[in-house]
Design a protein around this ligand. Structure first.
Ligand SMILES: Cc1cc2nc3c(=O)[nH]c(=O)nc-3n(C[C@H](O)[C@H](O)[C@H](O)COP(=O)(O)OP(=O)(O)OC[C@H]3O[C@@H](n4cnc5c(N)ncnc54)[C@H](O)[C@@H]3O)c2cc1C
Length: 418
């Protein structure tokens, strides 16, 4: 099999001059996915249950501390390396990759991304001290962090302040409010909540967004609601409520006011949901090639590859996969604070291309593999359902990406019509 030097497989992000560290992490992710996660994926989907055994494997492999800096006991992976590893996991279990993203972002945003966000010296010192606590929990205790932002309002789209509030009290904060779609609900040890500082004003302001870790054991914290969705069923993304939940000052994942600046400085922080879906697209493509060659284990060795229409469908899938990999990898490698307008537009285009493309490839896969391929004992119908969810993820849903790109293409900053 053709593969980049030093690897026995082509990673989900495609071939590239990977560093030695990237190669070894990719090989480990591929092995975990292929040997452990792939066979279990049907169970989480069937039961809509959380993949706890996969998290035990991630923990043992050191992957929960992937983005914790080496100086703090972690593996010190940078943004690009995380994005490559996440796509490889997504290739074998979408729900594991998507929830893993929520956990990793809690360490990456406070770690390598926060290093690129402007802060005063006092804020920088405060942040260095507080994040050490969170890193230690992940490194020493194997703690899992969730990332519940969504509220069912315009807030997660970045168009309004969060309705969940935090009021300053002695030694900490009192959190009140509600979140929806909290992946890892019931599985996380800490919930990294975005909320608005309640300053007693009439008008809440998004600039006062706080990023706080709420321990799962907090009094006044509760999980509710059913979870029976179309796809990504293993994410177990239920509702959270906070009623006068006290969290100490040390639970601040970023200093006051810094999250808002971060979101403006580092747009690529919102691109981290995409690798899961690039992984799913690879899985649909890989399956199709094996199926048409009559090589799917447990299936009759019927070849279908000789039909020109099937060859054309695979060609279309490969073209789309190559396009996704190219724009994905370029955007990941050039991600930085304060990107140029071209880089930002490319990032939006990459998000759209991957999120819509994953479902396109899964759709073509089912069409060309045919009726027998969509049975529940095969992964294709799950990939089809899981891949539909990518475009729904705020703040960069497919619709909002189109909205941003159209506006930013036609209006320069500050321009208005009469
Ligand atoms: C499997 C899964 C896991 C998830 N996990 C998490 C998680 O861990 N944490 C988390 O915070 N969220 C999570 N989400 C939630 C997700 O990010 C979105 O918040 C959610 O899908 C939005 O659903 P909604 O019905 O509230 O959509 P709405 O907000 O009503 O949006 C519907 C559509 O309208 C458009 N729209 C929304 N606002 C605007 C606007 N201001 N201007 C123009 N168009 C707009 C968007 O295109 C959007 O797709 C998850 C979602 C899924 C499907």
């Amino acid at each position: 099999m053709d593969a980049p030097p030093g690897l026995s497989f082509t990673p989900a992000v495609g071939d590239h001059a990977f560093t030695a560290k990237q190669r070894s992490l990719l090989a480990l992710a591929h092995e975990l996915g292929r040997d452990r996660f792939a066979a279990r994926a049907a169970q989480w989907d069937e039961e809509a249950s959380f993949p706890f055994p996969n998290y035990e494997d991630l923990r043992s492999a050191g992957f929960l501390k992937l983005c914790v800096p080496e100086g703090e006991g972690g593996l010190g992976a940078d943004y690009a390396t995380y994005m490559m590893v996440a796509a490889e996991i997504g290739r074998f279990c979408g729900a594991t990759a998507l929830t893993y993203n929520m956990h990793i972002c809690s360490t990456m945003w406070t770690g390598v991304l926060a290093d690129g966000i402007p802060m005063t010296e006092t804020q920088r010192a405060e942040h260095a001290q507080r994040r050490r606590l969170h890193f230690r929990r992940v490194v020493r205790d194997g703690a899992i962090y969730a990332q519940p932002f969504s509220e069912g309002s315009a807030a997660a789209a970045g168009r309004a302040p969060f309705g969940t509030t935090a009021r300053k009290v002695d030694g900490g904060w009192l959190v009140n409010g509600r979140k929806i779609f909290a992946s890892l609900s019931g599985a996380a040890d800490y919930y990294g909540v975005l909320c608005t500082e309640d300053k007693g004003d009439e008008k809440p302001d998004a600039r006062d967004t706080l990023y706080l870790a709420v321990p799962a054991t907090s009094a006044g914290f509760a999980i509710s609601g059913d979870w029976n969705p179309l796809g990504m069923r293993g994410t177990v993304s239920r509702n959270l409520s906070f009623q006068d939940v006290f969290v100490s000052d040390d639970e601040q994942l970023m200093p006051r006011g810094v999250y808002f600046k971060g979101a403006q400085t580092w747009p690529a922080m919102f691109f981290t949901l995409a690798p899961t879906y690039l992984g799913l697209a690879n899985a649909a493509y890989d399956f199709t090639v094996r199926y048409l060659r009559g090589e799917v284990p447990g299936e009759p060795p019927v070849k279908r590859r000789m039909y020109p229409t099937k060859q054309i469908a695979v060609a279309q899938m490969r073209i789309q996969l190559e396009q996704m990999r190219s724009i994905f990898l370029r955007s990941v490698l050039e991600a930085r604070p304060n990107p140029s307008k071209d880089e930002r537009m490319r990032l939006y285009a990459a998000q759209y291309t991957v999120m819509e493309g994953a479902n396109d490839i899964a759709r073509l896969a089912i069409r060309t593999c045919g009726g027998q391929s969509m049975m529940k004992h095969l992964p294709l119908e799950r990939l089809y359902r899981d891949s539909r969810c990518g475009s729904l993820m705020l703040p960069w849903t497919a619709e909002l990406v189109l909205d941003r790109m159209g506006r930013e293409a036609l209006y320069e900053a500050g321009e208005k019509d009469e």
